[in-house]
Design a protein. Structure first.
Length: 285
């Protein structure tokens, strides 16, 4: 049965596979289509699209936006983005500038905690957009922590000693941005936002009213119950289902491309339905 993965990352943001390596891995995993959805950048898309043509993998150009939320991690995946959109490129440039300021503040906090770490060391471990995963890599390499999970739990995450809040787009700004550039907007990993059905229902309604197109129903960490809740919400608010592994490579070794933690399966029909939606709106696929 044809399997797809509509949520992946490369070295253009915080993944460890180059865009070409990602496409080769998709081919080896038996995928027929994949979307590269790096954080706040389009830099890896041209290479991914070219590799897709070479290896016979359909590549849906994408991105992932971090969005303000009072309840949890709120990310919006954009599918069928224009890799050369001036509006997106300018917005991401501003976002990366703010992220750079945040990185400086995080490193300073870690230094005050007694860690011998420099911003230069962080940049050495990044091929693209620099963020907390690259700081975690330095902490891991220097044996200050034993895992990425420990780095985020104790230092870099929301409750960590070196945490610095991120300046993010509002939901309205993010969805307007994607809509104005012809992209399809998907609520990423809903379970990270909340596993409470009432809270999730309220947030999905809010996002739907702002222009949300779909929900990532199929995701690596979703339980059967969570998948069921997400399906219910797609029907209630007339949204489409999407799905992906959130593959990052060796920084998240437990997540396999196209299979997540082992049980993930996103059928090609999910992509067909998303394409049908775009065609009904006169958008390119």
């Amino acid at each position: 049965m044809p399997r797809i993965d509509l949520h992946t990352h490369s070295t253009a943001s915080d993944g460890t596979f180059s865009p070409t390596e990602l496409i080769i891995a998709a081919k080896e995993a038996g995928l027929v289509a994949i979307s590269l959805t790096d954080h706040d950048t389009l830099a890896g898309l041209p290479e991914a699209i070219k590799a897709g043509e070479e290896y016979g993998i359909e590549v849906i150009p994408g991105c992932e936006l971090s969005v303000k939320s009072s309840v949890g991690v709120l990310h919006i995946v954009g599918l069928w983005v224009d890799p050369y959109s001036k509006l997106l490129l300018e917005t991401f440039k501003s976002v990366r500038k703010k992220r750079g300021t945040r990185n400086i503040e995080v490193v300073k906090k870690l230094q005050k905690l007694g860690f011998e770490i420099t911003l230069e060391e962080v940049h050495e471990r990044a091929a693209g957009t620099v963020g907390r995963p690259h700081i975690a890599r330095v902490l891991l390499d220097k044996k200050y922590v034993k895992s990425f999970d420990e780095a985020f739990r104790h230092y870099l995450g929301k409750k960590g000693k070196a945490y610095v809040p991120k300046q993010s787009l509002s939901p309205k700004e993010a969805l307007k941005l994607l809509r104005s550039t012809g992209a399809t907007s998907i609520l990423a990993h809903p379970a990270l936002l909340s596993t409470n059905e009432e809270i999730l229902d309220e947030k999905v309604k809010e996002l739907k009213d702002l222009g949300l197109d779909g929900i990532e129903v199929y995701y690596s960490s979703h339980t059967p119950d969570m998948t069921g809740i997400c399906k219910k919400l797609t029907h209630k608010y007339d949204l489409l289902a999407s799905g992906g592994s959130d593959f990052h490579g060796s920084v998240k070794p437990e997540i396999k491309l196209g299979r997540g933690s082992g049980k993930l399966f996103v059928h090609h029909s999910v992509l067909d339905d998303l394409k049908a939606l775009r065609q009904s709106k006169g958008l390119q696929i």
